[in-house]
Design a protein around this ligand. Structure first.
Ligand code: AMP
Length: 544
């Protein structure tokens, strides 16, 4: 067979040739909706690649983006990789000192930045020693006065060349993209995707048991391109030449709803917190969805109540997905096995609430503390370890040393169960699991049930020190605006739904549960806040 390297710009060539006029729609930061198509995106990406090559970007050079999902961001990725460079996504929700660390560590030569984020970079640029040029993702008419070094509007930059450019020749194992994980301890670590890993991952995800995309789909990637490759949609959607809709900066319930309806979206992907805002908006205004067929939900556990609402109230199929930056990012997807499609909905819901089965190319198992494999029996918890061609083998510049075991498996840091059918269920991050009297309690299980209470917006469960049991669960609740519920109401709601010894010892109410840069509840912050919390059960236990 031929040696045809798996390069991401071949994906764009394909879309431009076979789906030339299929649209890419962007809600621009500047306001209006912009419309383009795959042929134009291809031409402009080639133009950008030529400009970058002329400006001295060489293979393997890192060029960063600090931007919302837009057609210009998409062109930037393809233009950068087409010049042989590495697109490096910066997450604007990170702390400034983390951004400074990441840009310097990656040695980014240029940063493509949305109007929204100019003030962040203006404050930091004195510390960003490797950045030579800032490209503002706008046109001359909207270009603000800025102190950013060598700042130029993106549309002006494109005028520096034409589209007559052959993509730089590369090996499929060459670096393509870079994304840092927002680790809760130590410095962020870079995950460097290759062209090959991005292409293989996108092909794997396209299967009908994956995102099941086709040219007939209209895809709305709400999950940001700056978070774990937008779950591959920037590569998998153009493989089919689907229509893409880029939501820009407005991710509130009303804005997302309007895009879903106006652009007739059939498939979308986002973290649970975004879907929560949409569901609340639709419920409050008695709205329905007319074209949406499937949503992918992941990044943190999707509560069963959310799956039920989408499927029963709105007729939208939920694909519960699990993955991580180190896995390109998707590892498992909640597509039902043939035998489970005949089950009553209540039974299916139990399965769909798990994190799903591995995509082809992902191997996984659970192990004990010594690395011995544990049974796939649906009840044993263990460390979830994975292996595959789109799984990281180490961090950028070797940070953190060797991350694989002797058999090449990467420890995800998640604790999970696997069942005999291959469905995987995350019980916790290993550092969040609650250790009570030597046994483990899954915080995610309790949160999933608590968030089904009609008054609860967000529920978080953490372990709090206990004199007898080491740790006991504390349920922390953010109520929906205007809603009311007492500690007793919530405990009553949980009763009978979880094992007695899993029942939280106390409930605390907060204005806002802290949510981090990638939509995850910040358990570390909560553990700090509630460090001194005295459980009502602690006194009696101490006296025993
Ligand atoms: P990130 O690298 O930021 O994408 O974070 C990856 C981590 O998010 C995983 O290791 C899990 O702990 C968590 N995660 C992602 N998807 C899910 C899910 N569907 N259910 C529970 N946790 C999830």
């Amino acid at each position: 067979m031929q040696d045809w390297p798996l390069l991401v710009h071949k994906v764009l060539d394909h879309a431009a040739t076979y789906a030339a006029t299929r649209e890419i729609v962007t809600r621009g930061i500047e306001g209006p909706i912009r419309r383009t198509n795959w042929a134009t995106i291809h031409q402009r990406s080639k133009t950008l690649a030529k400009v970058l090559a002329k400006r001295g970007i060489k293979p393997a050079d890192r060029v960063a983006t600090l931007a919302w999902n837009s057609e210009r961001h998409l062109e930037s990725w393809y233009g950068i990789t087409g010049a042989g460079g590495v697109y490096h996504t910066l997450n604007p929700r990170l702390f400034p000192e983390q951004l400074v660390y990441i840009v310097n560590h990656a040695e980014d030569r240029m940063i493509f930045v949305d109007l929204t984020f100019i003030p962040i970079l203006e404050k930091l640029q004195a510390q960003l020693s490797t950045v030579e040029t800032y490209v503002v993702l706008t046109d001359a008419a909207h270009m603000p006065a800025t102190s950013l070094k060598n700042a130029i509007a993106y549309e002006e930059l494109l005028k520096e060349a034409d589209a007559d450019f052959a993509w730089v020749e590369l090996d499929e194992k060459d670096a393509c993209g870079l994304c840092y994980t927002s680790g809760t301890t130590g410095n962020p670590k870079g995950v460097l995707y290759s062209h090959r890993s991005n292409v293989i991952h996108a092909m794997a995800i396209l299967s009908a048991d994956g995102f099941g995309l086709s040219n007939a789909d209209t895809v709305l990637p709400i999950v940001p391109m700056f978070h774990a490759n937008a779950w591959s949609l920037s590569f998998s959607a153009p493989m089919t030449g689907a229509k893409m809709v880029m939501p820009g900066a407005k991710l509130d319930g009303e804005s997302v709803y309007n895009l879903l309806e106006d652009e007739q979206i059939t498939m979308s992907a986002a973290v649970p917190t975004v879907w929560l805002m949409l569901l609340q908006h639709m419920e409050a205004n008695n709205l329905k969805l007319s074209t949406l067929k499937r949503v992918a939900i992941g990044g943190s556990a999707c509560p069963p109540s959310m799956i039920e609402k989408f499927e029963v109230n709105y007729g939208v199929e939920v694909m519960h997905a699990w993955g991580m930056t180190e896995m390109s990012p998707v590892g498992t997807l909640g597509s039902l096995l043939a035998k489970d499609r005949k089950l009553p909905f209540a039974e299916q819901l139990k399965i769909k609430s798990k994190q799903g089965r591995p995509l082809f190319s992902v191997e996984m198992k659970i192990t004990d503390d010594e690395g011995a494999e544990l049974p796939r029996d649906g009840k044993t918890f263990g460390h979830l370890v994975v292996r595959g061609p789109a799984v990281s083998s180490g961090y950028f510049k070797g940070e953190g040393g060797n991350i694989l075991d002797a058999d090449g498996f990467f420890d995800t840091g998640d604790v999970a169960m696997l069942d005999a059918d291959g469905y995987m269920q995350i019980t916790d991050r290993s550092k969040d699991v609650i250790k009570s009297g030597g046994e483990w309690i899954s915080s995610i299980d309790i949160e999933n049930i608590a968030v089904g209470h009609p008054a609860v917006a967000i529920a978080a469960v953490i372990g709090v020190a206990h004199p007898k049991w080491d740790e006991r669960p504390l349920l922390i609740v953010q109520l929906k605006p205007g809603a009311d519920a007492s500690k007793e109401d919530l405990l009553k709601f949980l009763e009978g739904k979880i094992a007695k010894w899993w029942m939280p010892d106390d409930v605390a109410f907060v204005e806002a549960v802290p949510v981090g840069a990638t939509g995850k509840i910040q358990k570390l912050t909560l553990r700090e806040t509630f460090k001194g919390h005295v459980l009502p059960t602690a006194g009696s236990a101490a006296a025993e």
